[in-house]
Design a protein around this ligand. Sequence first.
Ligand code: HEM
Length: 88
Amino acid sequence: ADLALGAQIFNGNCAACHQGGRNAVIAEKTLDKAALEQYLDGGFNVQAIIYQVENGKGAMPAWSDRLSEEEIQAVAEYVYKQAAEAAW
Ligand code: HEM
């Protein structure tokens, strides 16, 4: 997992709405483990994060035409690790 790449992708593309692991659009849908367990389709795992990043959901845009597979994998692993370790 390229966590440095993941952090870079996150800061450049996701932090606009998810600064500090929060959610600027729907406050309760944070990137904390408990919120991901509750709201993320497919549960708290890397594949489910990849799916949402690729396809979007509600007001969150899809990234499959803007980020490469490698970048999406890296940002999903970064989000998962930050949530798993309560590191936001
Ligand atoms: C939800 C990741 C970019 C808006 C989420 C969730 C994840 C995620 C994992 C699920 C959180 C939960 O349900 O508790 C990412 C990543 C991004 C990104 C990795 C960058 C590639 C953005 C941007 C916006 C945004 C730029 C705003 C324009 C939202 C919204 C939700 C959400 C509104 C809630 C969707 C719903 O359930 O209706 N995001 N996000 N996201 N994100 Fe993002």
